[in-house]
Structures are given as structure tokens and as C-alpha cells.
Write a protein that binds this ligand. Structure first.
Ligand SMILES: Cc1ncc(COP(=O)(O)O)c(C=O)c1O
Length: 402
């Protein structure tokens, strides 16, 4: 009999839901046309893309014309930030101050690296708002960072390592009020972007409720395929395309569309909407059960980030006197998959920038473990994980002489 395998790393990616896969399947070999082609094969594929666009628009409550399909969140985040900065610097409006962008210290690397690039190339000035120990940015800190030259605020909706939920609606309201004042002074409008990748499964992502101009989502975090996602762009928002080539997606993106991926993304969004409440409740119940047992049954453990304001499937623990890598490998040997930080930084031995941002010291950071549950997680799996974790922690502490 094969070894039991348990997946508790849903923040890094999710399996494709069989219903999503069924929707995608015809678009690989039967309905394989290029949606840009004018013949019937192309039209068939094009219709499927437009249907997925309507599903996405229903999900985010926007116009289908405001959805641009991309290869996933990395591209969407690059596009929103670089595209808004370049649109501003390309404007022919006399005196041009260097655009200023506000983001936070604990965004995903694809936001932070994009901002760093703009800074290094002298294209934009960036402020990285600090994150208090509860893992929640303060609206006041964003507000205080605003300058006359600010053109964009980019704050993630839920953090991918510690799961904490950011006050997006409140930031949206604050920016709206600031923009009203700025209009009178003829200052540039501040655009608002949120990376909602980790929020789509569980939180309200209706763009008008959030007050965002851009929103990033990715299919593979919501039981859809890898390599597909979108950027929501509010109508009349200044943005420049960042790829050169064909004029796909209303002229905003180049590259043949990933039709099966887009079809799968649309189907995954529709399911996420339909099953949100059920998935939320189930994940929360299971996660809280796991919290309670681990905090009670393992010595020297604490939680990273706020316990209350976090998405329901995330737990990020800090174990005293144990290395996260050691725990991960020990659990992996028993068939259990968890993470020490974001998937993108796996193999990188530097402490997680997210934990550093919330003030976790280097030593503690190395003892951290992220456990993220999903809609296929069972109580038996959680019980087996807790039992194995206890054994692994005891063994590692013993080896370390603790
Ligand atoms: C918050 C967040 N943003 C962006 C990404 C990148 O997503 P993608 O794999 O779709 O490029 C991830 C994936 O880990 C993420 O968690």
C-alpha cells in the first residue's frame, strides 16, 4: 500500500476541482482554436473566453470589459504597478514629478520586486508602509505616507504567509476622500490596487465594496489551473500595457490567450462564489480545532499574526527551539506537506520578509511553520498531522538537546 499523503499547503497552490477540469477539458484537443482567429474554430474558443469573462465580472461585480486575463497574479501585479507608473510618466502634462507609490513591507515578492525595479530605474519613488506585530497595516500609516506625487497605493487583501486580512475597504474609503480633496488642488488621482490572491476563496471581492481601481486574482489558488488569472481594471483608469506584441485583451496585453486556463478560471470563480460560505465555515472549524490542540498539546508554540483577522484556512506557528526546515522534512517523510513560508521562498534560508516585517526575530522566524487547509481537508488528516507534528517536534528538540 502506498504511503498516506496529506496536503496542508493550500496557500501555495490547490488541486484543480474535478468540475473545473471537466469544463476545461474540451478546450485542449477538441475546441483548440485561437480566439483571435476569425474562423469557426477561433470563434468557438473566443466565445468560451467571453463566457469566462462574464463569470469573472459576476464574481467581482464589474463590467466584463474591465477584466483582463493574464498568466496569473505575478503578471497582474507587475502590470498594475508598472502599467500605472508608466501611464503617469508618459502623460504630457508639463511639470512631471516622479510618481510616488505606497505599498507595504510584507507584500508578495512579485509586488516588492516590481516596486524595487521601478525605484532602481529612477521611474518611481516607493514608500513601504510598516506592519505592526498583529500583521495588519494601519490605514493611518498609509494616509500619512501620501504625498502630492502619490499615484498608486498597493496593499494585499490577505497575506499569503500569515493570512492576516488587511483593511482594504477602509483604505479604499480613505483614498476616495483624499482624491476629492486632491481634485480641487489639481493633484494626480491616487489609484488603489489590491492583490486579492489569497482572499478570493473566502472574502468579499466586489470591487465597488472595496473601492479599488485594480484587483489581482489567480486561478491556481482557487481550485483552478496554474498559469491563468486576471487583473480587474476600473473603466477609464490610466494604465499602459507592459508587453509588446499582439493587441489581445482590448490592446492591453500581448500573447495568445490560454483558453483552457481561462475557462477553468471562470469555472473556479463561479464555484468559489457558490460555495464560499460552506468552505469558509469548514476551514475555520478545522483550523480552530487544530489551533486549540496544537497550542495545548505542544510546548513552546505561538501564533504569528492576529488570530482574529485572518483568513479561515491559515495557521502560522512559531515553535521554540526547532528549525522549520527540519519540521517540514520530518513531516514530509510521513507524507505530510506544509510550508515554512511562501512557496516562492522555499529553499531560501533567509528569514521570511513577512515575519521580519511583523517583528519576529531571526531565530524565531526559523522555527515557523505555515499550515494551510483547503476544501478537501478532513478531520482525520488534521488529527494525523497533529500526532505526527508532536512526534517530529519532540524528536528534533531531543536532537538539539532541548
Ligand atoms: C499573495 C500572492 N500574490 C501573488 C502570488 C503569485 O501568484 P501566481 O502564482 O499566480 O503568479 C501569490 C502566490 O503565491 C500570492 O500568494
Amino acid at each position: 500500500m502506498g504511503k498516506k499523503k496529506i496536503y496542508l499547503d493550500y496557500a501555495s497552490t490547490t488541486p484543480v476541482d474535478p468540475r473545473v477540469f471537466a469544463a476545461m477539458k474540451p478546450y485542449f484537443s477538441q475546441k483548440f482554436g485561437n480566439p483571435s482567429s476569425l474562423h469557426s474554430f477561433g470563434r468557438e474558443a473566443g466565445d468560451a473566453v467571453e463566457y469566462a469573462r462574464r463569470l469573472a465580472a459576476d464574481f467581482f461585480r464589474c463590467d466584463p470589459l474591465e477584466i483582463v486575463f493574464t498568466s496569473g497574479a505575478t503578471e497582474s501585479n507587475n502590470f498594475a504597478i508598472k502599467g500605472a507608473a508608466i501611464a503617469f510618466t508618459s502623460r504630457k502634462n508639463g511639470k512631471k514629478a516622479k510618481p510616488h507609490i505606497i505599498t507595504t513591507q510584507f507584500e508578495h515578492s512579485c509586488v516588492l520586486e516590481t516596486c524595487k525595479k521601478l525605484e532602481e530605474r529612477g521611474i518611481a519613488e516607493i514608500t513601504y508602509a510598516k506592519i505592526p506585530s498583529d500583521g495588519i497595516v494601519r490605514v493611518e500609516d498609509i494616509k500619512k505616507s501620501i504625498k502630492d506625487s502619490t499615484i498608486l497605493v498597493s496593499v494585499m487583501y490577505a497575506n499569503n504567509e500569515i493570512g492576516t486580512i488587511q483593511p482594504i475597504k477602509e483604505i479604499g474609503k480613505m483614498i476616495k476622500a483624499e482624491n476629492t480633496k486632491r481634485e480641487k488642488k489639481n493633484l494626480p488621482k491616487i489609484l488603489f490596487h489590491t492583490d486579492a490572491v489569497q482572499a478570493v476563496n473566502y472574502l468579499d471581492c466586489k470591487v465597488d465594496n472595496l473601492g479599488v481601481d485594480f484587483l489581482t486574482a489567480s486561478a491556481h489558488k482557487i481550485y483552478g489551473p496554474k498559469g491563468a488569472g486576471c487583473l480587474y481594471i476600473r473603466k477609464n483608469t490610466p494604465i499602459r500595457r507592459i508587453q509588446d506584441g499582439g493587441g489581445h485583451e482590448f490592446g492591453l496585453r500581448a500573447g495568445t490567450l490560454n483558453v483552457p486556463g481561462i475557462v477553468g478560471f471562470g469555472a473556479a470563480l463561479a464555484l468559489a462564489e457558490k460555495e464560499r460560505k460552506k468552505n469558509y465555515k469548514m476551514a475555520e472549524k478545522m483550523r480552530d480545532y487544530m489551533f486549540a490542540r496544537i497550542l495545548k498539546e505542544v510546548k513552546g508554540v505561538k501564533l504569528n499574526g492576529s488570530k482574529i483577522k485572518r483568513i479561515p484556512n491559515n495557521a502560522n506557528f512559531n515553535f521554540r527551539d526547532v528549525e522549520g526546515e527540519g519540521m517540514l522534512l520530518g513531516l514530509d517523510m510521513k507524507g505530510i506537506a506544509v510550508s515554512t513560508g511562501s512557496a516562492c521562498s522555499a529553499g531560501d534560508l533567509r528569514p521570511s520578509h513577512v515575519l521580519t516585517a511583523i517583528g519576529v526575530n531571526e531565530e524565531e522566524s526559523h522555527g515557523s511553520l505555515r499550515v494551510t487547509l483547503g476544501k478537501y481537508t478532513t478531520k482525520q488528516e488534521v488529527d494525523y498531522f497533529i500526532q505526527t507534528l508532536k512526534e517530529v517536534v519532540v524528536r528534533l528538540r531531543k536532537i538539539a538537546g532541548k
